[in-house]
Design a protein around this ligand. Sequence first.
Ligand code: MN
Length: 199
Amino acid sequence: MAISLPPLPYDQNALEPHISANTLSFHYGKHHKAYVDNLNKMIEGTEFAGKELEDIIKASAGKPAAQGVFNNAAQVWNHTFYWHSMRKDGGGEPGGAMASAIKDSFGSFEDFATAFKNAGATQFGSGWAWLVEKNGKLEVRKTPNAETPLTEAGVKPLLTMDVWEHAYYLDFQNRRPDYMGAFLGHLVNWDFAEKNLQG
Ligand code: MN
């Protein structure tokens, strides 16, 4: 069983005007697909062939000889998680369980938003900003390149924001803060975060 490219959970123009169909056609259709294709080539005939994606990520993490497998496998997972972290007409403050979890952990939504945008802004070069749950509290994380909190025991990823330049360059050029503002203001899918929190 090869690893497959999961479908986008919405049309390629669903996130406009914030993230264009042009960006999604490259980011999903070229970048995400390339990680899937590269991974399938790399694992053919190896100990990783036939394993589930999450098992490949966990088994290759931190092993220098499997760095290429880890990078591609984690990028496949991270991107699928990122597509679901956004939706048409998303953004703004969450309600329900996410609202109380954010207030309990960060003090206020504004304090969470500041921490999340700071994580994205201070990730030098390529990487990801995350909202995760650990020991009943929410935390903001940043990871470089393909690194993912999925490999950390006891940590549950809730949301992610891709801060590789390919995520925003066609729409925002070098303005990463504007992209992050659009993500939180108009795109973030709090229903997905809540489902992950309670899952
Ligand atoms: Mn990406």
